[in-house]
Design a protein around this ligand. Structure first.
Ligand code: HEM
Length: 492
């Protein structure tokens, strides 16, 4: 059943599972369905992902939910997710939360429909901005931003104060993408409150999530005030990115970063360039996609490190061994932090900060040989449950164990079982950027501080399409500087 069809245009708007899944009745659903409202019992508009995780535990590897007549299918099992990774039969589906972001980002890279020509154009123009060479060029700027963070944490450590981890990681990752990609400084570390870009972004992400929790025809009425705030947030985001572009144009160009590519680079084959409207959409897309999820990934990793001193000690020993006393680790020295990277991988396993991705059938097909789907029918992979499937991750998938990502363990697992960055042609373009940045920052923080948890803290996960550990605070304590590295090749 591997017929490939050209990605012809499918109808837009919400496509209910009733239309596309002829044997929907075989897919389990929650037992108590409220007329009109749907599966609302025990669910909250604020925690759709965590509610779905609870349902997956009860209902199994594939199940459906209904919210105000919108019926959709979720996949939590590894076999099903692996089948959905078959690019010949399935493609990205722009639906639910992602579709709600089109008001903001239109046919920007993340929110574009597969058939929109600007996806391929922007992908081809921007992909070289993530080559190894480009990444090596960002490294020094990443280090400079990380120093702003350690300056801030040194002051907290000196005063015995706790730090606001998600707040600080958001400052760090926003400044990093803004400076490396756009030559722009938002001055986040000089501000006592989040930059208006962050506040407006959180507003729009939150609104996009809330739109799913009300009947579509009633949204303008039920979310009237929130809709007005959302329009204001979008206006603010547009004004901020227009200013970033205006400054660049006034400067007559930058140093070949992402913004230069967006403004000046023609497609290598067609010679086509991004239109000004599309540039605005890409700048918003990259400023948001380029920092929000990395901030969450770093925050969760720091949470797990603070709770697992044995893991933190091992990671720290690796940093001391590989980096020695070098004040500024080089680009190549970051990839050598294999264990620190495993800490990050394992954090993204338990809490993948972009917690779902949707796939649609390119042609009539049968999912995993069991569930017929018509062309255009779609489902959502619930990544945190894919990452907890006991058939892949063993009987205790909740246990935090970075050794799940050592090379033999990774080789022993079937493909397509770990998907924090999505899958296929529409997978994350910024994956290497995020992993380099986050490994570098974890290395720097581990080397410099002991991370003491707040004894009263219990993990609460906030959802705004992305995931974040709410209210996480840690108490950093300065460590003595490590001795200079011994000469000769490192063991790792
Ligand atoms: C830990 C950090 C990150 C995570 C967990 C993450 C996750 C994801 C996921 C799951 C997707 C696919 C979404 C879908 O299929 O609907 C995606 C796409 C995307 N990501 Fe990331 N991402 C991260 C960091 C970044 C960074 C640093 C950038 C940019 C610098 C970025 C830019 C994008 C873009 C532009 C897309 C859309 C790609 C396309 O459709 O062609 N992401 N990301």
């Amino acid at each position: 059943m591997a017929e490939t069809t050209a990605p012809t245009v499918l109808p837009r708007g919400f496509r209910g599972a009733q239309e596309g899944w002829p044997e929907l009745h075989r897919i389990p659903r929650p037992p108590y369905r409220v007329p009109l409202a749907g599966d609302v019992i025990g669910s909250s508009k604020d925690t759709p992902v965590q509610d779905s995780m609870r349902l997956a535990r009860r209902l199994g590897p594939i199940f459906r939910r209904n919210a105000f007549g919108k019926e959709f299918v979720l996949v939590a099992g590894a076999d099903l997710a692996a089948d959905l990774a078959d690019e010949a039969r399935f493609a990205k589906h722009v639906g639910l939360g992602v579709a709600n972001l089109r008001q903001l980002a239109g046919d920007g890279l993340f929110t574009a429909y597969n058939h929109e020509p600007n996806w391929q154009l922007a992908h081809d123009v921007l992909a070289p901005g993530f080559s190894r060479e480009a990444m090596a060029g960002y490294h020094t700027m990443m280090l400079a931003v990380a120093e702003r963070l350690t300056g801030h944490w040194d002051r907290a450590a000196g005063a015995g104060r706790a730090v606001d981890v998600p707040g600080d990681m958001t400052k760090l990752t926003l400044e990093t993408i803004a400076r490396t990609g756009f030559g722009h400084d938002f001055g986040s570390f000089e501000r006592s409150r989040p930059h208006p870009f962050v506040t407006a972004m959180i507003g729009t992400l939150d609104y996009a999530q809330r739109l799913n929790a009300v009947p579509a025809p009633l949204a303008p009425l039920l979310l009237r005030r929130a809709g007005r705030r959302n329009a204001a947030d979008i206006g603010r985001l547009h004004r901020i990115v227009d200013e970033v572009v205006r400054i660049r144009r006034a400067d007559g160009g930058g140093e070949g970063d992402l913004l230069d590519r967006m403004l000046d680079t023609a497609h290598p084959d067609s010679g086509e360039r991004l239109s000004p409207e599309n540039v605005r959409r890409q700048v918003i897309t990259f400023l948001i996609a380029g920092h929000e999820t990395t901030s969450g990934a770093l925050s969760f990793a720091l949470h797990f490190l603070s709770l697992n001193p044995g893991v933190a000690d091992r990671a720290r020993a690796e940093v001391d061994r590989v980096w020695g006393g070098s004040a500024a680790p080089g680009y190549e020295q970051v990839a050598k932090l294999r264990y620190v990277r495993r800490v990050l991988d394992e954090s993204l396993r338990l809490w993948p900060t972009a917690p779902a991705y949707a796939r649609e059938a390119r042609a009539d097909t049968v999912l995993a040989g069991e569930h017929p789907m018509r062309r255009g029918a779609w489902t959502m992979v619930l990544t945190p449950m894919l990452h907890r499937d006991p058939a892949v991750w063993g009987p205790d998938p909740e246990r935090f164990d970075p050794d799940r990502f050592d090379a033999p363990a990774v080789r022993s697992r079937p493909p397509h079982t770990y998907k924090p960055f999505g899958t296929g042609a529409r997978a994350c373009i910024g994956r290497q950027f995020a992993l380099h940045e986050a490994t570098l920052v974890l290395g720097l923080l581990l080397r410099r501080y002991e991370l003491r948890p707040d004894p009263g803290y219990r993990l609460r996960v906030t959802e705004r399409l992305t995931l974040m550990p709410e209210g996480l605070r840690l108490r950093p304590e300065r460590r003595p500087a490590p001795a200079p590295a011994p000469a000769g090749p490192s063991a790792d």
